[in-house]
Ligand binder design. Structure first.
Ligand SMILES: [Fe+2]
Ligand SMILES: [Fe+2]
Length: 283
């Protein structure tokens, strides 16, 4: 574990977050197949905006010194401008690493097919509805989910790149989303295998393209999210190391941590809504 990981992901946080996800998912699944289907309809919806947000955040880091008006009327201090000139694109690349999989998943046998995770998610949901002989067009997406997705975009600081503190918070939000998503997908995959083995068998037989089936979306995310998290941490390290080594009086870590907490709280709100379990804040 590197120093940022240790500071953000205390063992107490990991333990509590995993328990809270487990309790939430268990509670959703206790409601039977209708609750499970309704949850996944909204879970697919909530996952639908992340790739665009990640791309936007990466771009904001890269263009911080170039975008007209980005630095506002008062230019940021010299050391910040120097940092972004020298390292903005490197940080951007490490954030963008998460988007690479999002827009072209590795599991496709024919790699230049560039299968998007959003298409994999949709294939999963479509086949889930087919299995239960339900009309996917009749599913209802609650207004709540739209509000949550707006909060995700705010968290990633889409359209807000004027201050470097915004970008640092956005990076913290991204770190949180990658790490916590790996916990979610991991448990959801296990839960589906355990509770709905026949459905899983059916989904695995519904190929989207060679190498990717209707269950792949759940399966791949337990591992890819860990990788994305690793790259996001490297991005945070570049920022923190730069300001630490030069002994500059900035505290980017505090902003990164705020973004991380913001995501964790938002994730609680989403899962609480579908599980009916009111959480105690975990960080
Ligand atoms: Fe994804
Ligand atoms: Fe990811």
């Amino acid at each position: 574990m590197n120093k940022i990981e240790k500071k953000i992901l205390t063992s107490e946080f990991i333990k509590k977050k995993k328990i809270s996800i487990k309790e939430d998912v268990d509670s959703i699944f206790v409601g039977g197949k209708e609750d499970m289907i309704n949850f996944f309809s909204h879970y697919v919806y909530w996952n639908g905006v992340f790739a665009g947000c990640v791309t936007n955040l990466a771009s904001n880091f890269h263009l911080f010194v170039n975008k007209p008006g980005f630095s506002g009327k008062t230019p940021p201090p010299e050391d910040i401008m120097t940092f972004f000139k020298q390292k903005g694109h490197k940080v951007a690349g490490l954030i963008f690493a998460a988007a690479e999989d999002e827009y072209a998943d590795d599991s496709a046998v024919v790699s230049d097919l560039r299968v998007c995770h959003k298409d994999m998610a949709w294939h999963f949901l479509k086949e889930l509805y087919t299995y239960y002989n339900k009309d996917i067009k009749k599913r209802k997406i609650e207004f709540f989910a739209e509000e949550i997705n707006n909060a995700i975009m705010r968290g990633y600081r889409v359209d807000r790149g004027a201050l470097c503190s915004d970008l640092y918070r956005g990076l913290g939000f991204h770190i949180g989303s990658e790490k916590i998503a790996s916990f979610e997908f991991d448990y959801l995959t296990k839960k589906m295998n355990k509770e709905y083995p026949e459905l899983v068998k059916f989904l695995k037989n519904k190929e989207l393209v060679p190498g990717i089936n209707a269950f792949s979306w759940l399966e791949v995310h337990s591992s890819v999210e860990e990788e994305h998290f690793g790259y996001a941490l490297e991005a945070a390290n570049i920022i923190i190391d730069y300001f630490d080594k030069k002994d500059l009086q900035r505290n980017p870590f505090q902003f990164i941590k705020e973004g991380f907490v913001e995501f964790s709280n938002l994730q609680n709100i989403f899962f609480d809504h579908y599980s009916g379990i009111e959480e105690v804040k975990v960080i």
